[in-house]
Design a protein around this ligand. Structure first.
Ligand SMILES: NC(=O)c1ccc[n+]([C@@H]2O[C@H](COP(=O)([O-])OP(=O)(O)OC[C@H]3O[C@@H](n4cnc5c(N)ncnc54)[C@H](O)[C@@H]3O)[C@@H](O)[C@H]2O)c1
Length: 433
């Protein structure tokens, strides 16, 4: 281990705005794992290995044995929600995990009650919020969150904190002058500028409190210059946006493969059916627009139509989400991919993925918590591009385009872990020439 990384010691507090399906599946899952009742499948930090040195050295430890990550027993969860349900009730409502499994960990889940939320109906249209803070302006809301963070840390005896947004997708917004600098943002908070969303207020409160922040949803949140400035000035790690699960995960697995074989792609039509609360929120067109933008970017980046117009120049990419309550959290996605091969002969690929949204998302949130805390202990501040692996629409420094190819993202993540610990990156060609 590199001595410059502080060891993980003591309790890591995990603060989550949005105790819905994803967050409660994570928290309940961690309780189940602590009892040794199941395996953390889907979590690279817990179940993935990392190859070290030359292949002939045959060194491939588990990542969790290789880097000093917080242990699951050291995690202390808390959060905010616009509903008053405790985490047990919210898990039952989410309908993701089996009732008897939830029953076996009920006391631990019941003990986590959401703090009153900072909420604005103009940003999430389809929720009937009840558990809300009162305040004179957005600055007062930020101060109230800072107080919550301070109280949580001292009352729960946490040594360090991480915040991750698992709240609903907010309506589509673009960066504006109020997001340009910390000073403009703070002035905007004081006059309750309508372009400052609730998720930005949580992020501001986290960064003001010395807490690193990750964003599991597609809203801008920390992807604005003011937050980048604040993260760098306060020496904090930030990352986002939008957890890469389901259909986009499949897309970023498949598209690099087709491109690697120099096969052409004429069209990619993606449809989803989703019946949980996330689906309800996304059934509002303005909220869906945020998700759509996040989903559409990946093929453009992977296929680079301008660099190879003959194969990808005419790509037609469409994506739809339909709210369909009978499916609950069990999202179903369809993809129709029109490809072409030798001499332009057309072919089709059809994918029907019957997935479970939060079962795919929860391990990503766990990894983001543990790796964000690791980055923080390693002194890595600002945008954590190496965590792009987890996101549909990775946040990158201005002027740089994101990497969406999941294999390049993984290589990046692994090389970052190797470099962090003084091993050196693995990138040499397999055959000398
Ligand atoms: N499930 C997945 O696979 C997946 C994948 C990628 C991204 N996401 C995103 O993650 C987020 C959470 O997804 P989910 O399935 O858990 O949704 P969910 O609707 O079950 O949970 C979101 C929770 O956030 C709460 N909330 C909304 N605004 C809030 C605020 N201002 N303060 C505090 N709480 C607030 C809601 O009341 C709700 O309980 C969504 O934005 C979703 O788009 C989910």
């Amino acid at each position: 281990m590199n001595n410059s990384i502080k060891k993980s010691e003591g309790r890591l507090g995990v603060l989550i705005p949005g105790l819905g399906a994803v967050a409660t599946t994570l928290i309940a899952g961690v309780e189940v794992l602590k009892k040794g009742l199941s395996l953390p499948v889907g979590s690279l930090s817990q179940m993935g290995t990392i190859r070290l040195g030359k292949r002939s050295e045959k060194r491939s430890p588990l990542i969790k044995d290789y880097v000093s990550l917080a242990g699951l027993d050291d995690l202390v969860f808390g959060g905010w929600d616009v509903y008053e349900d405790n985490v047990y009730e919210a898990s039952v409502n989410a309908g993701v995990l089996a009732p008897d499994l939830l029953e076996s960990i009920k006391p631990a889940l019941e003990a986590i009650r959401p703090m009153k939320a900072v909420f604005d109906q103009t940003y999430v249209k389809n929720l009937a919020a009840a558990n809300l803070k009162k305040g004179a302006d957005k600055y007062a809301f930020a101060e109230a969150l800072v107080q919550d963070i301070r109280d949580f840390k001292s009352e729960r005896g946490c040594d360090r904190l991480v915040m991750i947004w698992c709240g609903s997708t907010e309506v589509y917004t673009e960066p504006a002058d109020v997001h340009a600098t910390v000073s403009a943002f703070e002035k905007g908070l004081r006059r309750s500028d309508p372009r400052i969303s609730p998720s930005m207020i949580y992020a501001y409160a986290a960064l003001k409190s010395g807490v690193p922040f990750a964003n599991g949803a597609p809203n801008l949140t920390v992807d604005i210059p003011a937050m980048v400035e604040m993260a760098e000035a306060n020496g904090l790690a930030i990352s986002g946006k939008d957890l890469k699960t389901g259909q986009t995960m499949m897309k970023t697995i498949l598209a690099p493969g087709l491109k690697a074989r120099a096969l052409g792609i004429k069209g990619w039509f993606s449809a989803n059916m989703l019946g949980n609360r996330d689906g309800l929120v996304l059934s509002n067109p303005e909220n869906f627009r945020t998700k759509e933008v996040s989903k559409l970017g990946v093929l453009e980046d992977i296929l680079r139509p301008k660099e190879n117009p003959a194969l990808y120049g005419n790509l037609c990419h469409k994506t739809h989400i339909s709210y369909y309550p009978p499916h609950g959290d069990n999202k179903e996605s369809w993809d129709n991919i029109d490809i072409f091969g030798w001499l332009g002969y057309p072919m089709q690929i059809k994918i029907n993925f019957l997935c479970r949204d939060s079962i795919l998302a929860a391990p990503l949130v766990l990894d983001l918590i543990l790796f964000t805390d690791l980055a923080q202990r390693a002194g890595m501040t600002g945008i954590q591009e190496w965590l792009s692996f987890y996101y549909k629409s990775p946040q990158v420094p201005e002027g740089r385009h994101p990497v969406n190819d999941i294999f390049r993202q993984l290589a990046n993540l692994e090389n970052t872990l190797r470099c962090m610990t003084g091993e050196g990156a693995v990138s040499a060609p397999v055959q000398a020439f």
